[in-house]
Design a protein around this ligand. Structure first.
Ligand code: C2E
Ligand code: MG
Ligand code: MG
Ligand code: MG
Length: 273
């Protein structure tokens, strides 16, 4: 008992703890300022078709211009504070503009995907917002993909289902992001029409490290039986790439092909891949 409370006190007085608390406030301040002063930028990472070698989709990933704080750190703060609503609208607007330029330049029908946070289910006007931006920039709804994670669907609330169905009714594509990190009940696949599943980096690492190719092979076959193409995320090595090809994985997203790059760079990179 005495030891336990000692530990708690000890924990409480760790200087790190204070830094963390202070950091959160700092991050919130930084995010508010970034919204006001054009302090965000987008990077894009390609998804490469394993059969053709072509890039078909670019994932938009947000960055802070003047700080080396990763989205893994600041997105949760944005989500807790509600700032995610405004930040997501900025991302959406920027990505749709880039999508229009991209397809004009390349004279092709490439897709851009953006990430979606559960808090956005409360932003009912976001759907109109997307629609307006898509029409203003004259881009096809089919060329916008929205990435959602399983956690958004755990409770299979009608609200989430309706919201996502509204997006797909417009022609927007849905990708299931970070598969393998959540609950994986797969039940929701019957309620929502996804166009793609993205296997999380952790899954790729675990399966391929232990040479358990059968497991990933079966998983990919399962998704293919549901007519869902599969993307492997976080692919870094030739060995991983070869195994994923053997397992019939449809797309590869990872450093092996490209790190996330700013728009002007990704436009050049696409032709070199
Ligand atoms: P995510 O959506 O799963 O995005 C993939 C993450 O994996 C990106 O991290 C990407 O840079 C990283 N990645 C890709 N290939 C490799 C690889 O080969 N090796 C390694 N080590 N990493 C790789 P990033 O850009 O730091 O973003 C982290 C997460 O932050 C994203 O994970 C997503 O959940 C969130 N996020 C990023 N941008 C946005 C955004 O605009 N809105 C929202 N709501 N979330 C975002
Ligand atoms: Mg994503
Ligand atoms: Mg992911
Ligand atoms: Mg992730």
């Amino acid at each position: 008992q005495a030891k336990e409370s000692y530990n708690q006190d000890y924990l409480f007085y760790q200087p790190d703890m204070f830094n963390k608390i202070k950091n959160k406030q700092d991050i919130r301040k930084i995010l508010r300022l970034a919204l006001k002063n054009n302090g965000f930028k987008l990077k894009y990472q390609p998804q490469v078709n394993t059969k053709t070698g072509n890039v078909e989709t670019l994932e938009a990933l947000i960055r802070l211009k003047n700080y080396s704080i990763s989205p893994a750190e600041f997105i949760p703060v944005a989500e807790e504070s509600g700032l995610i609503i405004e930040i997501s609208r900025w991302v959406t607007k920027r990505a749709i503009k880039d999508l229009a330029v991209l397809n004009k330049k390349k004279n092709k029908s490439l897709k851009i995907s953006i990430n979606f946070s559960v808090q956005q289910l409360n932003d009912l006007d976001y759907i109109n917002f997307i629609e307006e931006n898509m029409r203003a920039n004259k881009v096809n709804f089919e060329n916008l993909e929205i990435e959602i994670t399983e956690s958004l669907l755990i409770h299979q609330e009608q609200k989430a289902i309706n919201y996502l169905n509204q997006l797909t009714d417009l022609g927007i594509k849905l990708a299931l992001d970070d598969f393998g990190t959540g609950y994986s009940s797969l039940n929701y696949l019957t309620y929502i029409s996804f166009s793609k599943v993205k296997l999380d980096k952790i899954l790729i690492e675990e399966f391929l490290e232990y040479d358990n190719i059968n497991t990933i092979d079966s998983l990919i076959s399962l998704f293919h039986s549901m007519e869902l193409p599969v993307v492997a995320e976080g692919v870094e090595t030739e060995k991983q790439l070869a195994k994923l090809k053997t397992a019939n994985c449809d797309y590869i997203q990872g450093y092996i092909f490209s790190k996330p790059l700013v728009f002007s760079q990704i436009i050049e990179k696409i032709d070199q891949l």
